[in-house]
Design a binder for this molecule. Structure first.
Ligand SMILES: CC(C)(COP(=O)(O)OP(=O)(O)OC[C@H]1O[C@@H](n2cnc3c(N)ncnc32)[C@H](O)[C@@H]1OP(=O)(O)O)[C@@H](O)C(=O)NCCC(=O)NCCS
Length: 176
């Protein structure tokens, strides 16, 4: 009988940077039009870029990961601008769940952790979903996100433009 290791959700630390790089590159290679940078750029930037993403540019910034045993199997970033007029909102970025972890509770547990973190620090959490990524869209709706429009041609991958819907979770709304 094979035993499945338990799932743990935690904030990444700099030592997780190589695993973070590997998982993000796998995600971009699987679906280049869902992410804001090409795999080649991420690989060229190397572990140092991933360490700096984990450190963030200010205190609330964080990258959260889901670990199956010791293996990083899902990632999600939280970025909050430093500017006084924008620091009330943050962006959910780089969400990727390894294929073998989809369809269970891994994605939901991870993103609920980011939502809890966001609720503590900002008024609004936003993000982007590439038009046509029906699975992600449905997932976010289930978690209570709304949509506030489309960023026209927000990404360009291999010469093709992609529109992205803007995800929104407003913690100041009466129902939030
Ligand atoms: C998006 C992602 C995080 C969602 O995690 P998940 O574990 O797959 O999500 P779930 O299976 O719990 O939920 C997805 C929903 O879409 C449905 N679904 C599954 N496959 C689908 C498909 N091909 N088309 C439309 N809906 C689909 C599921 O039935 C489920 O519906 P429900 O909430 O009504 O039950 C994960 O699929 C992933 O990492 N995808 C690749 C990267 C990506 O898209 N990142 C998001 C960038 S914004």
């Amino acid at each position: 009988m094979t035993t499945v290791a338990p799932l743990a959700i935690r904030q990444l630390v700099e030592a997780d940077a190589p695993a973070f790089l590997a998982l993000r590159v796998a995600g971009i290679l699987e679906n280049p039009s869902y992410f804001g940078s090409p795999a080649a750029e991420e690989e060229a930037a190397g572990v140092a870029l991933f360490e700096s993403r984990i450190r963030g540019s200010q205190e609330a910034d964080a990258v959260f990961g889901a670990f199956r045993g010791d293996a990083l199997v899902a990632i999600a970033g939280f970025f909050r601008p430093a500017s006084g007029t924008m620091k009330h909102r943050a962006t959910l970025w780089g969400v990727y769940v390894a294929p073998e972890e989809r369809g269970g509770d891994t994605a939901e547990r991870l993103i609920r952790r980011v939502i809890d973190h966001a609720r503590e620090h900002v008024d609004v959490l936003t993000g982007h979903v590439t038009v046509g990524n029906a699975r992600a869209r449905r997932f976010y709706v289930r978690l209570g996100f709304g949509f506030s429009g489309v960023e026209h041609k927000n990404l360009k991958v291999d010469g093709r433009h992609y529109d992205q819907e803007i995800l929104v979770m407003d913690f100041t709304a009466p129902s939030a």
